[in-house]
Design a protein around this ligand. Sequence first.
Ligand code: GA4
Length: 353
Amino acid sequence: MVVLSQPALDHFSLIKTCTGPAPDAASAVSDIEIPEVDLAAAARGGRDDEVRRLVRACEELGFFKVVNHGVGTEMMGRVEAEAERFFKLPQSEKDTAGPPNPLGYGSKRIGPNGDIGWIEYLLLHTSPDVTSLNSLAAFRVAPNGHTFRTAVEEYVKAVKGLACEVLELMAEGLNIEPRDSLSAMLRDNKSDSLFRLNHYPPSPPELQLQLQPFLGGRSQLLGFGEHTDPQIISVLRSNDTAGLQVCLRDGTTWVSVPPDRSSFFINVGDSLQVFTNGRFRSVKHRVFADPTRSRVSMIYFGGPPLSQKIASMEGLMEEGEESLYKEFTWCEYKKSAYKSRLGEYRLGLFEKA
Ligand code: GA4
């Protein structure tokens, strides 16, 4: 029998939290197809079909996959490779780029309110004026700091362009004028957008053995607990390791998302739910770590400037339709999000009675 020392026991009680909900609390189903939007087809003449597909996906699931997007796979690979090199560094070196407050390097602790996951990550701001400040530590520690930083900058630029293209298709589908009403918030120099690199290490067999009583027959640790993203839109790309699950509108059925390293996955965020007065759904999602393989994901969170008013957009309200939400700014929502636990329904505080 393995006897755990005191630091190992502390570590163990922390990790016990990563066992997540009992497997029977919510059933994961994998036979539902993730909707797909083809950007090349949209550019070629199949625009109306793709726009319709996109709107339906945002209404029904708040999540879809984008294929034929034109972002170079080499560029994606470069960020992934540099991120892997960073995450392979000794813990003591990585720790000099943290703890996240909320930006920087983090391990196991997610956000400021006690959420734990089987994960380590780098969280960076993407605005031109602040990137240099908060990203410096991580890029200084990284073996190939300059290359890493350049790869991230190139990638973020490309993926921001993609997010804007998608937001413009959404505006078209919703008949919002002008077409750049949503994308302009990301293009704004003051846009409060983030970039996150996540590494979900495989869960070691010894640990799994110790955690068996808490895993309830499941072989996976919870990497990132269920939550919705507070921003407007999130653009995710991962390596070939599975783990991401999205929740259907019923709030209890989970769908496993088959990984696809050459495509992007789009999440509708809370702010977009409000802009569309609830028509588009902010999608609840979570990630399980794989027992044997590392998962690396990179996510761009497109957010508005801090002073931006988040309210239902005039153009898409039907006659007599009332706004479901009170008025608030992105700054107010962000502050409130950072006071919440990961899995909370954060928009609840801003709903009209
Ligand atoms: C979820 C989406 C993004 O990853 C994130 C997360 C943030 C963090 O990890 O610091 C939060 C989480 C996210 C929502 C509620 C708060 C803030 C952790 C947490 C408990 C970077 C974001 O913007 O909000």
